[in-house]
Ligand binder design. Sequence first.
Ligand code: ADP
Length: 250
Amino acid sequence: MRERSDTMLELRNIHKKFGELEVLKGVDIAVEKGDIVVILGPSGSGKTTLLRCINFLERADEGSLHFDEIQTEFSKASKKDINAVRKKSAFVFQNYGLFDNKTVLDNVTEGLIVGRKVPKKEAIEAAIRALEKVGLSDRLAYYPSQLSGGQQQRVGIARALAVNPDVILFDEPTSALDPELVGEVLQVIRKLAEEGTTMVIVTHEMTFAKEVANRVIFMDQGVIVEEGAPEAIFGNPKEARTRGFLQRIL
Ligand code: ADP
């Protein structure tokens, strides 16, 4: 068992229902600083819901959250707890989640200026640094519709980076992209991995998962079936459900 002091973020016994459908059935997940946790599993197994519960895009019905100094039951989380968690985390959406009527620069500064009350000049500087990291500092005045899907997702990643979060949550960041555009986005995430960025990534890109993850979680039907180092999960999965999934997908 890990010492609590090593753990930056920990969710315990997470339950979530949508109506009668129980999507998460008692999930535990812990993330240490510098971890790159990849969550795999069949469609509908609850991966996205788990990721969304981490930063309160969905409210878990049951379970507890510990994120640095924040410690709360999900059912009792205050506005202050929720805001504190959202300040420490950033979410990269499957469909980019950009404002179509705002430029690239405004998309990236928005969260800083409106969400975090950062002065405009500082926000612009931070946004440009983030856009440089994803190779798009020459597209500041473009609108999302003038960019490829891969470029739009790189703006989505720049927006996450600009707020300097403790953890970035990626929800199938390449699944909306045409195959030829997947590589440029994965390349950006690889670079973040090399720099030690803490990330939790839901993906179906197995080669990428093998390469960047230091821990892989396999989910099925609302529970974590198996968890371990990528070599163990991909090379020698212990559970029949994990083996079946990998055989189907690889
Ligand atoms: P995954 O990411 O593994 O594909 P999801 O977490 O997206 O799984 O979804 C798990 C299940 O919860 C699916 O059956 C999905 O249809 C359902 N679900 C997800 N979000 C909602 C929602 N907002 N309302 C109702 N059902 C939902």
